[in-house]
Design a protein. Sequence first.
Length: 373
Amino acid sequence: MTPQQFLQQKLQSRQYAGSYRKLQVQNNLIDFCSNDYLGFARSLELSEMINAELQNYPTILNGSTGSRLLAGNTIYAEDLEKLIAGFHDAQACLLFNSGYDANLGLLSSLPQRGDTVIHDELAHASIIDGIRLSHAKRHSFLHNNLHNLEQKLKAAHGNCYVVVESVYSMDGDFAPLTAIAQLVKQYNAVLIVDEAHALGVFNKGLVNQLQLQSAVFARIITFGKALGCHGAVVVGSNDLRQYLINFARSFIYTTAAPIHQLASIKMGYHLLAQSQLIIDELQIKIELYKSLMGDVPQSSKSSGAVQTLIIGGNQPTKHLASNLQQAGFDVRPILSPTVAEGTERLRICLHAHNSTEEITQLTNVIKINLHVK
């Protein structure tokens, strides 16, 4: 089989399974798809804040011109890291170009041969890919199952790292962080928490909300969701920051983010600090959706912005998503192999900017399609 034949065969197998992925351009549908939970990505106020901030640096370059260990480091970047670390009540943090890069850099460099990494079975692909690049043994535990986690902790060797998400991106449910932190401490392991879908929705994130800062070894905070821009940080101790500077390949060997991106992050944090009313509005919309969907058995009941509707099967899930899109709602299907076969679902993202009428109309169309009265 030639390389070209291999490509064609793999693509055809995806098409036959109904899981063929295609890029889609932006549309004029009502947004129930994006991770822009607080509306920052579309915020005119944030855009004006970023433009005003950049006016203070009229001689800035268009690009950073190199990695931060060469030409790409700036006082601006280091001051921004101090601002973010302070916001999250931590000693230090280190900027990465994306959440994927942050997880890859942290988890490929921190665990060593002879160590053990235990992650929730539903952990994001970037977490799993990072662990695979390390020489540590990798084990998963049943989703949010403390008994199964404890079994894995008992069998761990070397330094042990437990990795979870505070809010799971495909299910919308929360990790029992307090109980996990206690269990991890009991077995002399350390806890790493990805806060990608908690920042903004829960202000500083669930680790801060639960007062677990001292119990968490490292946090991954990403900016492409509720903060409305791009990039990520790993938050932790001063020693962790210096370690990553020396050993995280996705930090060392990549061109640094330009100041345009850094200014967006900085202004995003400034806006978040004064956006409690928007956060409260999002929670009102979440409770409204849950109330309206209360009699739909396939619907999740998450208190976060990510809601799911388990349909099962790629084709039925795609069909329902298509019907909702034709009705004017941008809802996307999540298909296997992204999620386990049989758990294919619609992933419905709620936003502070979704109106009561839009949410009511969406839930009505869902019920009609599912024949729920």
